[in-house]
Design a protein around this ligand. Sequence first.
Ligand SMILES: [Fe+2]
Length: 264
Amino acid sequence: MRELLSRMHEWMAAYMKSFYSDDAEVQQGILIKEKHTGYVTANCVELANFLKLPTHDAELAEIIGLFHDVGRFRQYSIYKTFNDADSEDHADLALKVTDELEFFKELAAQDYELVRFAIQNHNKKTVAPTDDERKILFAKIIRDADKLDIYRVLEPFLAQENADKMPNFIKSTSRLVADISPDFVENFVTGNQADYRKIRTNGDRKIVRLMWIYDINFSWTMQKIVERGYIEKIVDNLPMDEKIAEGVRRLRNHVDKICFEIGG
Ligand SMILES: [Fe+2]
């Protein structure tokens, strides 16, 4: 499969370059996605190795990382946005792209089905229910690999004073105020996943990013998130009161629990 994988890497590199643009803002968006693709692919491989998966499975994880956001490029060229709500779900769009690619027919049918499932579920609120444990495993891998890198992408914009420097394609439509809406505060205190479609303020967005922590699956990912200080960076920029402090304590307990979990 190594030979197939190197053809896939070559194709993807050329495909991403074909979207390069003279428009500075478009080019910035495309380069962010190109770099993100590289990091997420590397994260998938590292995580697969951490989990001691056999070579074949580590290669499947690599393929999933490489193509998980392939839909982003067609999304931008058709709709001029990376906002799924304003266009089309970029993971569903990714499958339309991969289904057109001849080299995916070289994968065993079962392997391609696994790749499709993981890509389709990489960005959904939860993974679609299935009895297939392998599908769940690979969906968890890409979800962790992707979130870890999105924290990297967002890091420069987490501080409130930089929020207004955030490019349009990242910040979407919420108000740039630090306040957190009451329903988001409530979700944070109780540890219930917040609904990102209800984001109204910049504070709400921070809560959603923080609550992703409850969705991290593996100690490998959680340790990287802690080492890189992403959680502290968000927490330091939250408007603090008693309720938020309680939510933060709850979150820190959860982080410790996952970090020190054996074998996962
Ligand atoms: Fe994505």
